[in-house]
Design a protein around this ligand. Structure first.
Ligand SMILES: Cc1cc2nc3c(=O)[nH]c(=O)nc-3n(C[C@H](O)[C@H](O)[C@H](O)COP(=O)(O)O)c2cc1C
Length: 324
């Protein structure tokens, strides 16, 4: 397959594995890149900028294909030394960076100076246009369906993607709700030049997490997620488990504050889930696309199957519908 995204990023297939906290390690990133997609090392998963440099080096030993780093800015501005992480990414020789979570403006110059392509993740047309104006090279557009942070506008990809495609000049990845060749074709039809997936890549052999979590994704369906932290305008779509239900209960209480849920939502919980396999051990991101996930393939099997399915849909099903 050839799109503006495959050309820009130098990859075989227009399929990207988005940054995933605790899971975006060299194992998963190299597996996706070796499969012909774009794998991503999640910077903040590494405890220090020095560890990130080592992880990028380790990934380079595992693949000779392009891969990227993700830098996610959390709402707490001083939470991590972002400048230092950004500098490590810029100095690493990587050619692609995925930014997310906030306005990437302070870091655009650093990455551009290093000759990098910047993919910025957004959840609205207005933020996509802003990123384009700042000099980003591509947008990863996360619809309401997505795992993690869907924003506060609640616009699903059936609307968000064509609305954004009509206005953006730079190419766009469809993110959120993508799980198979059908979603890939739909994303291309709606104006995207490729797809970005998170949850689907969690249920692969190479995803570095306990098998219990992968089995929970297989058993879950499209109704198995919950939107937490809505009340404090930092909505997060997570797997609906006991902890998510408890958070929702506290949020419903009149006068409850973020401090009342802080211990339940903080990141340490999900790392614990992935390591121990206790799916009720904390909150962990998962998307509605769980309803389309029924197996645990290797990344190569997944990517090749999606592309084969997409090509067949385009060549046979859709072409067969044309009245000639
Ligand atoms: C477990 C998990 C952790 C994630 N962590 C991050 C993150 O740290 N930074 C980020 O930009 N996106 C993160 N995401 C979002 C994904 O990169 C991607 O945008 C999203 O999963 C797409 O929706 P989907 O799960 O329906 O494919 C995460 C997603 C998952 C499932």
């Amino acid at each position: 397959m050839k799109t503006r995204i495959t050309e820009m990023l130098g990859i075989k297939y227009p399929i990207v594995c988005g940054g995933m906290m605790w899971l975006g390690t060299a194992e998963l990133a190299s597996a996706v890149s070796n499969a012909g997609g774009l794998g991503i090392i999640t910077a903040l998963t590494q405890p220090t900028p020095e560890d990130l440099a080592k992880e990028i080096k380790r990934c380079r030993e595992m693949t000779d294909k392009p891969f990227a780093a993700n830098l996610t800015f959390t709402p707490r501005p001083k939470a991590r030394p972002y400048e230092e992480y950004a500098q490590v990414i810029a100095d690493s020789g990587l050619k692609i960076v995925e930014t997310a979570g906030n306005n990437p403006e302070p870091f655009v110059a650093i990455f551009k100076k290093a000759g990098m392509k910047i993919i910025h993740k957004c959840t609205s047309v207005r933020h996509g246009l802003k990123a384009e104006k700042l000099g980003c090279d591509a947008i990863s557009m996360d619809g309401f369906e997505c795992a993690g942070h869907p924003g506060e506008d609640d616009t699903p990809n059936f609307i968000l993607l064509p609305a954004a495609a009509s206005k953006l000049k730079i190419p766009m990845l469809a993110s959120g709700g993508v799980g198979d060749g059908r979603s890939l074709v739909a994303a291309l039809a709606l104006g995207a030049e490729g797809v970005n997936m998170g949850t689907r890549f969690m249920a692969t052999k190479e995803a570095p997490m306990h098998d219990n979590v992968k089995q929970a994704i297989l058993a879950g369906d499209e109704r198995g997620t919950a939107l937490i932290v809505r009340k404090f305008r930092n909505t997060s779509r997570v797997y609906r488990n006991a902890v998510a239900n408890k958070i929702l209960e506290v949020e419903r209480q009149e006068g409850s504050t973020f401090e009342d849920i802080y211990e339940l939502v903080r990141g340490a919980g999900n790392q614990n889930v992935y390591q121990t396999g206790n799916i009720d051990g904390g909150t962990w991101s998962a998307g509605m696309v769980m309803g389309l996930i029924n197996d645990i393939p290797t990344c190569k099997e997944l990517v090749e199957r999606m592309v084969a399915e997409a090509e067949e849909i385009i060549e046979k099903r859709l072409t067969g519908m044309l009245r000639r």
